[in-house]
Write a protein of this length. Structure first.
Length: 463
């Protein structure tokens, strides 16, 4: 029986979607927050350099000889060699090239590097300032702020530069990024955990409803009785109404079947009795008797089909397989005692057919009766679970068996392989109809015992 492939888990899809979404949003937020922190840190850094350049501009005095004298701005770090904080005042020297007019003691014998055409760049800026990166003493990474000033009495414009090693700021930014990443990872894990809990709690009533439906279908319950949220209560009520409707329809169908059986039984009995009386013996009486028997057989067959079609498979009916096989084996071995028939069966005690006992008796009884009739006295039956909700029954005999063409004829309605044998030929057809009504399969195969193997695939109650 073909099965629809299972759809991906809704819980997994929701959790995966929430994980991807929350991780993406939090990652973008963490990066944005880190960039904002970096910009804020650099602005504070540049503001400190701007304060130093303003102090230097106020302390710079031109000298008559064309030089510049700069009073100490009072920052002790500029007096320690290679301390990481520096200043420098440059002007136009011989040949129009910039030259150092004054510098901090912390620079010692080095100079701050100047970008190409720094003077032109500063002239093009309304503020007359520029921040840039430059290498410093001892592999320091300097951030330099350059300001163009025109001092009264000076030979030309001067460049005031303040610089500071930015590695401590970069380390602080990295620490902030690491701390922010850790916090946002914890936040993402918390959000994912909250989504998992929310989805699990939100879908728990649906899981409970699914389990109750499974119990209803397997016969462990006759209706849905759980307490559900107001959103699911109408669904549970409608399912209970559907179950009641199906049960009532089943009872009505059974009543109609019984009424029809009783309505036809008496007229057929009267016809048979009348045709078989001594005074009415003759060709017509024999014909009536024969056709009345055929009619009775056909009525029985179609009534069984109607009963099977009206039944809802698995709706509250569970039949232990071992009990049915034991009863049938005992009965048939007594009936066929003269033929020395032996029926060996094997089935787990917990193996249960998801259907009514009468139907399993009908299925197995017809098959075992055929095996007793056509076999040579040895029959084996094996029952086993297959998958989570199916069972397999295999009935083997040591008879002559059937070739492929005979197997097709045997399953045909009314098909008979031996016209001299009693019966209507409807046994396997009835079995096939019942098996299909339960969504099962019936196959005829070669038996290892040399005869015929009948293999049944039926629904199983998985308690």
């Amino acid at each position: 029986m073909a099965r629809r492939p299972a759809a991906p888990s809704l819980v997994r899809r929701l959790v995966l979607l929430a994980a991807v979404w929350s991780t993406g949003v939090l990652l973008a937020s963490a990066v944005l927050l880190g960039l904002l922190f970096e910009q804020a840190a650099l602005r504070r850094f540049d503001q400190g350099l701007a304060d130093l350049t303003d102090s230097l501009a106020a302390a710079a005095l031109p000298e008559p000889a064309g030089g510049i004298r700069v009073r100490d701005p009072g920052d002790p770090r500029t007096r320690r060699v290679y301390s990481g904080r520096y200043w420098q005042v440059s002007g136009t020297g011989p040949g129009g090239r910039p030259g150092v007019l004054a510098r901090s003691r912390s620079l010692w014998d080095t100079e701050l590097a100047l970008p190409a055409d720094l003077a032109g760049t500063l002239n093009a800026r309304p503020s007359g300032t520029l921040s840039y990166e430059a290498p410093g003493p001892g592999d320091q990474r300097l951030r330099v702020r350059a300001t163009r000033l025109v001092l009264p009495g000076a030979a030309g414009p001067v460049l005031v530069l303040a610089a500071e090693d930015r590695r401590p700021v970069d380390a602080e930014i990295r620490r902030f990024f690491a701390a922010t990443a850790a916090v946002f990872v914890l936040l993402a894990l918390g959000l994912i955990g909250a989504v998992v809990v929310q989805v699990r709690l939100g879908l728990r009533p649906l899981f409970a409803l699914s389990q109750e439906i499974a119990d209803l279908r397997s016969g462990r319950a006759d209706q849905l009785g759980g307490a559900y949220p107001s959103e699911l209560t109408p669904l549970a009520d409608q399912l209970n109404a559907l179950v009641r409707h199906n049960r009532e329809s089943l009872e009505r169908q059974r009543a109609h079947v019984g009424n029809l059986a009783h309505a036809l039984k008496t007229p057929l009995a009267v016809l048979s009795a009348a045709a078989g009386s001594e005074s009415d013996k003759g060709a017509l009486a024999d014909l009536v008797t024969q056709q009345a028997g055929v009619m009775q057989t056909q009525v029985d067959h179609h009534l069984r089909r109607a009963r099977a079609a009206a039944r809802l498979p698995g709706a509250g009916a569970v039949t232990p397989v071992a009990e049915v096989l034991d009863d049938l084996a005992r009965t048939l071995m007594r009936l066929h005692r003269e033929a020395d028939v032996r029926i060996d069966w094997e089935a787990p005690e917990d193996l249960a057919f998801l259907g009514e006992r009468q139907d399993l008796l009908e299925i197995c009884g017809n098959l075992l009766e055929n095996a007793c009739k056509w076999g040579r006295g040895r029959i084996t039956v094996r029952g086993a679970a297959s998958g989570s909700d199916r069972l397999i029954l295999e009935i083997d005999d040591n008879g002559p068996g059937l070739d492929p063409g005979q197997r097709r004829d045997a399953l045909a309605r009314g098909g008979r392989l031996d016209e001299s044998a009693p019966g209507s030929g409807l046994g396997l057809s009835i079995v096939s109809d019942l098996v299909r009504a339960y969504g099962g399969d019936l196959d005829l195969e070669d038996s290892p015992m040399g005869g015929l193997r009948v293999r049944l695939d039926l629904p199983r109650s998985a308690d």
